[in-house]
Design a binder for this molecule. Structure first.
Ligand SMILES: [Zn+2]
Length: 218
């Protein structure tokens, strides 16, 4: 399977399977671990999350700030850096080490999604006619992300995979991402309370407000 395993399905925390993922589609792979560690230290420091990761295969940090839980429905936060994984440091904290299965591909639990050509707007989904270039690009992304280009079956333009946007918010690739377990935060799409959405993005280090929103759905 090319994609990440289902997210949010662990029984260790009682919560909805609804999951919102904020993906930085621009950050270089080499900078992802530092970004994840920086946000971890901020969120632990201001009391938002627990310092110690859960034991799940996909480590997550429980939200301790009850107001944050009440305002957002978010019960736990995951921090992803391609090619890295979290583990307890034996002193009540966490460290981010090389290894693991984090490949920087974020999509629905069942692996389905559709994306749109940045040039002509044509939609493309895995399994469609002409989607071979997409499937190949997903495989290339895992090893050599800078070489992951997709040829549009409609206009024949080659564009980098990370520039293809998902109209349904069910796909993005990026080396650094933040998973919010417990809710689909539609407000991050600019609907509803813009001030709350901006405040949440700032709290999560998305100062420019440009992380791509992906909703994992069961
Ligand atoms: Zn096209």
């Amino acid at each position: 399977m090319l994609y990440d395993e289902p997210r949010g399905a662990s029984p260790s925390l009682t919560m909805s399977d609804a999951t919102t993922i904020l993906v930085d589609t621009d950050l270089e792979r080499d900078d992802a671990a530092a970004a994840a560690m920086d946000l971890y230290l901020h969120l632990v420091g201001d009391g938002t999350i627990a310092a110690q990761p859960s034991d799940d295969e996909e480590a997550r940090f429980r939200v301790l700030d009850e107001r944050f839980v009440a305002d957002t429905g978010i019960q736990a936060i995951g921090l992803h850096a391609s090619g890295h994984r979290w583990r307890g440091d034996g002193r009540g904290g966490a460290e981010l080490i090389d290894g693991g299965r984090e490949n920087g591909i974020f999509c629905r639990y069942d692996g389905s999604f559709s994306i749109r050509c940045p040039e002509c707007g044509e939609r493309l989904a895995p399994g469609d006619d002409g989607s071979e270039a997409l499937e190949e690009a997903l495989a290339v992304w895992c090893d050599a992300p800078d070489s992951a280009y997709v040829a549009c079956p409609s206009c024949a333009t080659w564009t980098p995979l990370h520039l293809w946007r998902s109209p349904e918010h069910d796909f993005a690739v990026g080396h650094y991402a933040i998973t919010l377990y417990g809710a689909h935060l539609q407000g991050l799409l600019g609907k509803g309370n813009a001030h709350a959405a901006t405040a949440l993005r700032h709290r999560l280090g998305d100062l420019a407000g440009d992380y791509t929103v992906v909703f994992a759905r069961s």
